[in-house]
Design a protein around this ligand. Sequence first.
Ligand SMILES: Nc1ncnc2c1ncn2[C@@H]1O[C@H](COP(=O)(O)OP(=O)(O)OP(=O)(O)O)[C@@H](O)[C@H]1O
Ligand SMILES: [Mg+2]
Length: 419
Amino acid sequence: MAALVLIPIPILALALRHYNTRIRPVYRRVRARLGDINAKLQDNLSGIRVIQAFAREDLERQRFTAESEAYYHARVRGIRYWSVFFPAIRFLGAMGTVIVLGVGAMMVLEGELSLGTLVAFLAYITSFYEPINRLTEVDNIFQEAIAAGERIFELLDETSDVKDAPDAFDAPDIRGAMAFQHVYFRYGTGDKVLHDISFQMAPGEMVALVGPSGAGKTSIANLICRFYDPIQGQVTIDGYDLRQIKIASLRRQVGVVLQDSFLFNNTIAANLLYGRPDATRAELITAARAANAHDFIEQLPDGYDTEIGERGVKLSGGQKQRLALARAILADPRILILDEATSSVDAEAEYLIQQALERVLKGRTALVIAHRLSTIRHADKIIVLDRGRIVETGNHRDLLERGGLYRQLCQRQMEMAVL
Ligand SMILES: Nc1ncnc2c1ncn2[C@@H]1O[C@H](COP(=O)(O)OP(=O)(O)OP(=O)(O)O)[C@@H](O)[C@H]1O
Ligand SMILES: [Mg+2]
């Protein structure tokens, strides 16, 4: 009779295997749809102003509903499979009981088995099949967890394209000489955005990058911070290829004010201290003064302890930019990269920052990117970039005399200024 009880087990095992192979892709889809919903939600929340400004709330609501429905349908599909499979397993278990009952009843009639033994045996069967039923329930949860786990590990296994070489070394004290040697670069598999870029920055020199929008200025800044590696040629610092140096030790000495500067949801002081947590209050204030930010900070209700909200929503564009600048100055890097660091401040503030920068930049290598050419007039060297190529190099006066792209850009800005 024990052997009879085991008859449904192989069928059960086969059914379970079949179920697992069918349900796995279904749960994968459920997870993917849930990811879509989260992505949509994140997009809608961070873009809420744009949605409101274009009065697209209804459209976004429809899209969100569509994402929710896709998730709902994927989920229901999983539930449908389960609601067919689970009763089938129960049915198989019940079949075991039926077989035992049938055969047992015959044996009792023929006197080979006492009625008491049969009843006891039926009770045992229940406690045999119950764990099996529970096991299939666990299997279902397990399948769902595997689908979720696959997505998590996919993310964890994602490696950065830019990695420390195994023999990379720490470069704690650099002098700040930068050079690009025949650098070519593209993002991913896109078109080349930099072609044969070569230039040098001596320690303490201020070099300006100018050129039309999309020329590749920010891309050059990205290469100096080693957010990306060039596809050909090399970027060197004090003569070392950036790939030879530990990334962390490089970035400790390179300060950047990015074009779209990011601030954290924290106090002003915490944001400024981000690059150098051990700086004193006095140093903090000196850096803020240099970035022309001290005065506006003092006027805030809690001064340096004012919470600035997510991404600094409680500040104006110009205020955010000055904070990002102060943060970079406080970190005291050997090389400072300013990408449009003064583009959203007024002419007055820009003038003040300009003067402060001259002090701050003394002894540091600086790469300044600016559309407003007045900012970079005093640079030691101006590099003019157009469509990923260096078209002119020289100081302000040389370039004006040459009458090329730089002169054109200057003239256009002067005309605009007169208007
Ligand atoms: N993350 C990216 N992925 C793919 N292509 C990019 C990326 N960032 C920039 N590009 C492309 O690289 C080119 C150069 O962009 P880059 O940001 O360097 O220009 P830019 O000179 O800084 O312009 P702007 O003055 O408008 O800031 C552009 O054609 C742009 O489309
Ligand atoms: Mg840019």
